[in-house]
Design a protein around this ligand. Sequence first.
Ligand SMILES: [Zn+2]
Length: 508
Amino acid sequence: MRILICQFGNETNSFALGKTTWETLSPLGWVKGETVFERFEGTATYVGGAIRAMREAGVEPVPIDLSTKGGNFGAGPTMTMECASYAMDHITEQVKERLDSIDGVFFAVHGGGSADEAEDLEAYCFQRMRQVIGDLPMMSSLDAHANMSHEMVALSHGLFGIKTVPHIDCEAAGYLAANTLIATVRGEVKPRMVLCRLPLLIPATTGFTLSGAGKEILDHTRKYREEHGLLDVTFFFGFSATDVPCSSCSVLVVADGYEPKEEAWELANYVWERRDRFAGESLSCSEALDRAEKQIRQGYVVINEASDNPGGGAPGDGTHLLREMLRRDGKGYVMGPICDPEAAGLIHRDYHVGDRITIAVGGKTDPRAGEPVLLEDALIVNLSDGQLISAAPINRGVKMNYGKSVRLRKGNVDVILVSDRFQVYDDRTFLMTGCDLSQARVLGLKSMNHFKGYFQHTADAIVTADPPGTCPIDLKLYPYQRVNRPILPLDDESQIRFVPDWGKNQEA
Ligand SMILES: [Zn+2]
């Protein structure tokens, strides 16, 4: 048996400025098919999991060119149709060439993508694939932030989401999808899916599984799957910054040989009963720093500037937290990556370590994220090529590249500049510029949840700052136009009737 492996997608923040083009999505181009084993076999990624399942089952993996950001997916503004159709042209051409010799397709997608003329990007991608492969078995792993649609379900033989935020089970989802695909081709199982969407948007910052309602749902769905002998159960948090009709959280149940409607409805109600518990607290940078200072013990406290998270589609060059750290000039303050390729490139070209420089950094993309900050007479402490190998649970072992990077020091505050947008996953982003975190007291970084996979074990405490930006905790700040209404928390609960919507493919 031979199974084709492909990957494409992006998490779309409809409210981020600009467009996601092929150049911004994949600045380094495709990960060539012939390098996939070397790059991803044994890593904690979707593709790593899929390859492992195939090796164990004695199936030959057939990787083609992949589009991926650090093994996972990136995020950004709405994708241009040119980018979506170019990528699917490239993928389907390679599939066509191999069609006679493959028995199935493993297609890693995000699930929260949207393009100009393909609002539901994954439905578009699956459709394009179906035009080539017909009824050949195709299954996917998806992100927990997928906005699931009935169209996606109708076009796929099996969808398997990751269950955790921070995402620590990408490998497991890739493994399960590939394993179920192999069993289906062998005629050992007949997966049937039922999707139940909820009229609920969850802010990305409050939707996590380390504690609270998210953890309760994670524990309950795991137990429920085991007790009911289901192939899989995923609670998708959805991605609330995507302004499309299928934007919402949802429950997807996969059973062997029957439509698990009762199970999906029961689990969706379990989530619905917890709907009020995803509301979040919104702290300014000053309030967050006050709180952080009080919680420092032996090491450092992390402040995550969630509203400027590149992993949520924000520019990652926001200056609100940086400005407040500089104003306070606290000992051991470190501000993690501000994405500013212009400033980092100029310093690499014209300066050396030990030089002093006056330069404006950040604040060049979206006025909501703050003005550029002028660093006067700052010391250039370190120049880095921005390359690292991830140590975080989300993509451990994957090579990442921030591009030309710099660490500057202004007063007591260290500031890191980078040339490509990634959220922070672990300490490697700091180490790559020689920054010794054992000396740090307050660590600023841009991420909503994924950094916790590493920093929850190492930081004295974590405090979330929510200054103005592209990913606010208060969803009423977004000018939604396309989301299905009524929906919480945008509308009054009295307007909402929570009833099952099975979609056309599953009508009784
Ligand atoms: Zn995600």
